[in-house]
Design a protein around this ligand. Structure first.
Ligand code: SF4
Length: 270
């Protein structure tokens, strides 16, 4: 069983270590998604004890580029300082490079730099609405021209690809079957992007919600053949799970941004 703690920024919580230790005591393996600005000599020992893995978001190669996107002066320097501490204390981590219109120009150099440092990383080209549902981030998605360039320069990797076999009785997704999402207010959803409330931890246990939610059972019964992905040539490798959404008619669909990225990846793999 794996638990991922995310935010906002999870280390902002004063009781972060209490929560994380509780999860470890319960036997969860633990991942933390963080901007890494709050890792210090004071808390690194506690982090080491957790025996967890961190995923850190970087937006650029330089403080200027990174801070202009986070809009927080000093965030790049703090993140890098934090990464060096993770290295020093041998705490496993990887970097998520969020590729956007604004930082696209330096992604290649950033990649080279990360390789040189031997820091594990992956480029993330798919931007979603915020967890609150605002579409604001979508305008920062890379342009068609940038996606073409990314293809040419092999910046799109295929590590999201699952290469699964596809048959018509296949379940739509692992969302709601193997994975679920709990908000900071205790609401339970199938995933961060599929905002169908299936329960509330203030009113019932996770076990009961998971086992008896009629909405979850409905989702679990959906088959891949119920959405257009079934006939798509990329359906074996596309990580559309992350992009499941519910449209205005209540139908389950996929974020079309995955189609754009998969189309570009096809060129890479030629
Ligand atoms: S490329 Fe688009 S249609 Fe094809 S499997 Fe991925 S999300 Fe579905």
């Amino acid at each position: 069983m794996n638990l991922t703690l995310t935010g906002g920024e999870p280390f902002l919580r004063e009781d972060f270590f209490e929560i994380a230790s509780f999860a470890r005591d319960k036997g969860f393996s633990l991942n933390i998604l963080s901007n890494n600005t709050l890792i210090t000599e004071e808390n690194i020992e506690k982090l080491k004890e957790l025996n967890c893995e961190l995923r850190i978001t970087l937006y650029g190669l330089t403080a200027k580029a990174h801070d202009s996107i986070t809009q927080t002066k000093g965030s790049f320097d703090k993140a890098i300082k934090g990464i060096k501490l993770l290295e020093k204390y041998r705490i496993p981590f990887s970097i998520a490079v969020v590729v956007m219109k604004q930082n696209f120009f330096e992604i290649e150099r950033l990649q080279r730099d990360l390789k040189k440092k031997k820091w594990r990383f992956r480029n993330d080209f798919v931007l979603y609405p915020t967890s609150g549902g605002s579409p604001a981030p979508l305008e920062y998605r890379v342009s068609e021209k940038q996606l073409e360039e990314a293809t040419k320069n092999r910046l799109l990797d295929n590590r999201d690809g699952l290469s699964r076999n596809v048959d018509k009785e296949m379940a739509l997704s692992d969302i709601g079957r193997l994975t679920g999402y709990i908000s900071s207010r205790g609401k339970v959803y199938p995933s961060l992007f599929l905002k169908i409330e299936v329960g509330d931890l203030r009113k019932g246990s996770f076990r009961d919600i998971w086992n008896y939610s009629s909405k979850l059972n409905w989702l679990r019964d959906l088959k891949l053949k119920d959405i257009p992905c079934f006939n798509c040539p990329y359906n074996q490798d596309c990580n559309r799970d992350l992009g499941l959404i519910r449209d205005e008619n209540g139908n389950i669909s996929v974020a079309s941004e995955w189609c754009r990225v998969m189309e570009a990846r096809k060129e890479v793999n030629k």
